[in-house]
Design a binder for this molecule. Structure first.
Ligand code: TSX
Ligand code: MN
Length: 598
């Protein structure tokens, strides 16, 4: 039997034989290696040094203008059985997929260096962690992987010990959008990506491994790989409780992960501890509670909108040792993006003289890559191999109307329905189309590596004897009043809502039962030190029965799209809520009249 190490060597040889690089470099993850990669990219122009006085060791990368985001239509799940990928994924037959992409890999690394990147998703010593190896011809990918993962010798040693790892093969290729694929073979624990150097398409540890492949592994091994931030909330009694939260894009996940309490709360001793801003792997521990790790070691965050007001922690961590991609620069060569401050940029993200007629100076999807440990609110518990215990799971969306500021699920099954029913209004930055409502269950639409029907069943399966599951909530920071203004101040003030949730967990706060879930009364949310217009909180907590009946009908139609793979228990839960709404309506509730009057 070949040694476990040989499996890795054999695959590397096989890939080198196919792609024919001039050199093969095994990454050790050292500082010296990172330094020499950066120096090389400064020489080729792949990186541009930013102002070393204001931003020491910060560099700008300008991507090909045709290669600035993930491409969902070229992202495919390749399973033997088409139904295993589900209607939520693009599917291709594995043999056909391999043939298609292997033709593109043929000789594609000639004249280039092939980098072999062993990496570990999660703390090196954690039983919850999983390893992978990415082979790439992009030094930009290596530099990003070094920041985003535990990369190098320690990961290689764990792989040699365990023998199993996710194989990721990536080449930047010609960057032709017509010759670009991001393919996943979950049954082979393999990823192949060609023709893009960008973020989620190329840094294979993140969306490809830690979500699409991991969600598949998690289902067969009894855990959850989720698109969630993890934040610890410390109260004045120095108790820290952990919250995992899923939001679709453009809802401020990174901001919530790095939350800074309002002034009065800070004075009382409240604090936010960042464990993760994007991905959460969790599993039941021996005590039945869910324990979570962040598989990542860095942040690959959207730059526009990040400021001292929206996220002072992020701004502080971006002052040194950061890679920026597709941001603008000021006259003194500092990174700049829309929403940062009142200064004017001189060069846009493509390196052109800034002209507002060309659109925003920074690309709306421009990014920073930075070590998580540079965040002032970084939690030491992020390195705990056991993970952190999760007390609350929060789902959310951007909804201008209908959806209340916060509600609590009656039980786990209802919580799964709340997650499965998630939807968000699109923003210009994300899609160009504003205000369309998109269904995005658990914020996993682009990332669930298998059939959503099976995924909902997997979620439901955690409710079993002995389980001490987290309470489930749904929030909406984005409800608007009749004047079109946001009713809730959001940002640090969201702690007021988190406080209610955590007091529900400990039995210290009240709630009222409604057909859609349990809501706080207005007096249950602490508004000390906050000037909220009269009636705003009442409006935020309003439940419009008729409008919710229409919403339940829309949710039902959406879930029906998963056909017989949709678990009957979820269908029954949907029917239960719909029936409760119908009953409340026929009960001649005066609530509706009151809502229409003012
Ligand atoms: O991130 C946001 N959060 C979560 C913060 C912890 N954003 C930004 C979303 C884009 C990524 C928010 N925007 C939030 C929010 O809670 N709420 C809003 C809406 C909003 C915007 C501005 C104001 C109030 C609400 N007020 C003023 O601008 C003064
Ligand atoms: Mn994400």
């Amino acid at each position: 039997m070949p040694s476990k190490l040989e499996a890795l060597n054999r695959w590397v040889d096989e890939v080198a034989g196919k792609t024919r690089p001039d050199r093969v470099h095994w990454c050790d993850g050292s500082d010296a290696e990172y330094r020499s990669l950066v120096d090389g990219m400064l020489k080729t122009g792949d990186l541009i040094e930013l102002n070393p006085q204001t931003h020491p060791r910060c560099y700008l990368h300008r991507s090909d203008p045709r290669d600035v985001a993930r491409v969902e239509k070229l992202t495919v799940i390749c399973t033997k059985n088409r139904d295993d990928a589900g209607p939520n994924n693009h599917w291709m037959d594995p043999a056909e997929a391999h043939a298609k992409i292997d033709a593109l890999f043929d000789g594609c690394m000639q004249g280039r260096t092939m980098y072999v990147i062993p990496y570990c998703m999660g703390p090196i010593g954690s039983p919850l962690s999983r390893c992978g190896v990415e082979i790439t011809d992009s030094p930009y990918v290596v530099a990003n992987m070094r920041i985003m993962t535990r990369m190098g010798t320690a990961a290689r040693e764990r792989i040699e010990r365990e023998g199993s790892f996710v194989k990721g093969l990536h080449s930047t290729g010609e960057l032709d959008p017509e010759r670009r694929w991001i393919m996943h073979f979950p049954e082979e624990l393999t990823i192949k990506s060609y023709g893009s150097g960008y973020g989620g398409n190329a840094l294979l540890g993140k969306k490809c491994h830690a979500l699409r492949i991991a969600s598949w592994q998690a289902r067969s091994e009894g855990w959850l790989a989720e698109h969630m931030l993890i934040v610890g909330i410390e109260n004045p009694r120095h108790e820290i409780r952990y919250v995992a939260a899923a939001f679709p894009s453009a809802c401020g996940k990174t901001n919530l992960a790095m939350l800074i309490p309002p002034e009065g709360y800070r004075r009382d001793g409240w604090k936010g501890w960042t464990v993760g801003d994007d991905i959460c792997w969790m599993r039941p521990g021996r005590d039945g509670r869910l324990y979570a790790i962040n598989p990542e070691a860095g942040f690959f965050g959207v730059a526009p909108g990040t400021s001292a007001h929206t996220n002072a922690n992020a701004l502080a961590m971006l002052q040194h040792d950061t890679l920026f991609t597709n941001v603008a620069v000021t006259a003194d060569n500092q990174p700049w993006w829309e929403g940062l401050d009142g200064r004017k940029p001189v060069k846009d993200w493509q390196g052109r003289d800034y002209d507002p007629a060309n659109g925003p100076a920074a690309h709306p999807n421009s990014r920073f890559t930075v070590r998580a440990s540079q965040c002032p609110s970084w939690s030491p518990e992020a390195e705990n191999p056991e993970g952190v215990p999760i007390d609350a799971i929060v789902f959310g969306g951007r909804r201008a109307s209908l959806v209340p500021l916060v509600m609590e699920a009656r039980d786990w099954t209802h919580g799964v329905l709340l997650g499965a029913s998630m939807a968000s209004e699109t923003t210009a930055a994300a899609t160009g189309q504003v205000g369309l409502i998109r269904r995005d269950p658990m914020a996993m639409k682009p990332f669930c590596g298998y059939n959503y029907g099976d995924y909902f069943a997997h979620w439901l399966s955690f409710d079993r004897p002995g389980a001490q599951l987290a309470k489930v909530f749904h929030v909406n920071w984005f409800r608007k009043g009749k004047d079109g203004r946001f009713l809730w101040p959001g940002f640090g003030d969201n702690l007021r809502v988190l406080e209610w949730m955590l007091k529900r967990v400990t039995g210290e706060a009240d709630a009222v039962e409604t057909p859609i879930g349990r809501l706080p009364r207005a007096e249950d949310i602490n508004l000390d030190g906050l000037e909220l217009p009269d009636g705003a909180l009442d409006e935020l907590l309003q439940v419009d029965n008729e409008a919710w009946r229409a919403e339940l009908a829309a949710i039902g139609a959406y879930l029906d799209g998963y056909g017989d793979r949709l678990p009957e228990a979820l269908r029954a839960e949907h029917r239960r809520v719909a029936d409760a709404l119908d009953a409340a309506s026929s009960g001649a509730a005066p609530r509706r009249a009151a809502a229409a009057a003012s």
